[in-house]
Design a protein around this ligand. Structure first.
Ligand SMILES: [Zn+2]
Length: 133
C-alpha cells in the first residue's frame, strides 16, 4: 500500500460513509460514529501494517540467544502475526524465532534500532545515602 493507494482508500472511505449516511438519514450520532470507526480502523489497520512492515521483516535475529534461557534461537520463517490495536487491527508478516531449548518463540519487534539518545534505564539514578536521623 503506497501513498496513492492510501489516498484512494481514504477517498473511498469518504464516499462509502457519505453514501451510508444518505441511506440512514435517521442515524444517531453514535451510529454514525460506529460506521466511521469501522472504516477508520480498516484503513488505519492497513496503514499500520504498511508502516510496521517498512521497518523490517524481522529476519535479522538469526544469530541471537534466547531472552528466556540464553539458548540458540532459530529463525522459523515468516508468520503472519495478528496485531490488535485501538487504531485498527493489522496482520503483519514477521520473522518468527524459536528456541529449541525452552520452547520460547517470539516475533522480534524490529531491527536493532539505534535511538540516537541515551537509553533510559530503570532503577535508581545515582546512589542515594539516606541521612539518618
Ligand atoms: Zn530459550
Amino acid at each position: 500500500m503506497n501513498k496513492e493507494a492510501f489516498m484512494t482508500a481514504a477517498g473511498r472511505m469518504y464516499e462509502e460513509l457519505s453514501a451510508w449516511r444518505g441511506e440512514h438519514k435517521q442515524a444517531s450520532y453514535d451510529e454514525i460514529a460506529a460506521q466511521v470507526t469501522q472504516w477508520r480502523q480498516r484503513l488505519m489497520g492497513q496503514l499500520l501494517a504498511e508502516l510496521a512492515e517498512q521497518e523490517g521483516q524481522g529476519e535479522y535475529l538469526a544469530e541471537r540467544s534466547c531472552p528466556q534461557c540464553g539458548g540458540v534461537l532459530h529463525y522459523k520463517g515468516k508468520k503472519v502475526r495478528g496485531v490488535g490495536h485501538a487504531e485498527g487491527s493489522a496482520k503483519i508478516e514477521r520473522g518468527y524465532h524459536h528456541c529449541d531449548q525452552c520452547g520460547h518463540g517470539f516475533f522480534p519487534s524490529g531491527p536493532d534500532v539505534a535511538t540516537g539518545g541515551p537509553q533510559l534505564e530503570s532503577g535508581d539514578a545515582g546512589q542515594r545515602h539516606p541521612t539518618g536521623g
